[in-house]
Design a protein around this ligand. Structure first.
Ligand code: NAP
Length: 296
């Protein structure tokens, strides 16, 4: 019998990438905000019951980081309460639940490697076992969501990712390229470190891991999953403009030069070795993916 997949937030970056890739594996029920408003808990229960999916993918979220500061209830409804309801509904119908969280659960003060030289004393990527300490309402709401999912009793895969981008998506490189094409001056923050992660490869790895888990339970839990390598927003902007052959000058600035309502972590690099060890999957280098996607 064909597997049935339910995808929430199907018009978002990861949602679209999932829908494109899932069809070859079974029947896909893709629901956007109009078709399933996740702020309505009864609608969640009724929908999951009616569809009886085998695997639920939940990339839907409140992703407006700054706007969350002035509407914590709105951010929590979508990022904490909705995943709780979805995970409980998944548990009740025996579905596997795949959920996304964020690097913004950490405070950005780089953890230091405790292993021996040559890397002793160097900042290392955040591990799943590191203590979260979100700086923003968005980060807190996502942390509450992942905790609710993991406590729900559903078989679940919670994937913390970072700096998600996609061609045509609502994301950083698209904003930069639009601005560069329009001749606008570009000033970009150069003191925050993280890993730009392509929605396509992120979705593909989530699908591969979910199918592996469906066939062989036992590796459920919390994982970090980003592209390989790390960089700054400034270098990310340079790389996207270079790939698109846009000759533009970009001024590196500090976080303090670009005040925003939400505080953002300075060191957001996630260590993905737990996911790699569990599923044998590693995402490509962020730079190669940006070059390939935007090369003119
Ligand atoms: N984007 C990033 O840089 C980033 C970084 C770290 C982690 N993540 C996490 O990765 C996951 C996927 O992110 P993404 O970049 O694909 O996000 P996205 O492009 O912003 O997509 C989020 C989706 O959620 C939908 N949504 C919003 N309110 C809803 C509601 N009330 N009911 C149902 N759907 C609703 C949106 O619908 P509309 O299209 O109608 O607005 C949108 O399609 C999220 O969990 C996010 O927190 C993202």
């Amino acid at each position: 019998m064909a597997l049935i997949f339910l995808v929430t937030g199907s018009s978002g970056q990861v949602g679209r990438a999932l829908v494109e890739r899932l069809a070859e594996h079974g029947e896909v029920v893709a629901l956007n905000r109009q078709q399933l408003d996740l702020t309505n808990p009864e609608a969640i229960v009724d929908t999951v019951r009616a569809i009886a999916p085998n695997i639920i993918f939940n990339p839907a979220a409140w992703t407006a980081v700054d706007a969350a500061e002035s509407d914590p209830a709105g951010a929590n409804a979508l990022n904490a309460e909705a995943p709780r309801s979805l995970a409980e509904a998944a548990r009740d119908c025996g579905a596997l639940f795949v959920h996304w969280s964020t690097d913004f659960v950490f405070n950005g003060v780089a953890p230091v490697s405790e292993v021996v030289a040559p890397v002793s004393g160097q900042p290392r990527g955040w591990l799943e076992t590191d203590r979260p300490d979100p700086l923003s309402v968005y980060g807190s709401s996502k942390l509450a969501g992942e905790q609710a999912v993991l406590a729900s009793g559903a078989r679940s895969l919670v994937l913390r990712t970072a700096w998600v981008w996609s061609r045509g998506g609502k994301c950083f490189p698209e904003a930069i390229l639009n601005r560069a094409r329009g001749g606008g001056a570009l000033r970009v923050v150069a003191d925050q470190q993280g890993t730009p992660t392509h929605a396509s490869s992120l979705a593909q790895a989530a699908i591969d891991a979910a199918l592996a888990l469906w066939g062989e339970p036992g590796r459920e839990g919390l994982y970090h999953l980003t592209a390989s390598g790390h960089t700054t927003w400034y270098e990310f902007a340079l790389e996207a403009c270079a790939a698109a052959r846009l000759d533009v000058s970009i001024q590196p600035i500090t976080t303090a030069d670009w005040p925003t309502p939400a505080r953002r972590p300075a060191w957001s690099v996630l260590d993905c070795s737990r996911f790699e060890a569990a599923f044998g999957l590693r995402l490509p280098d962020w730079r190669d993916e940006v070059r390939e996607a935007y090369q003119a």
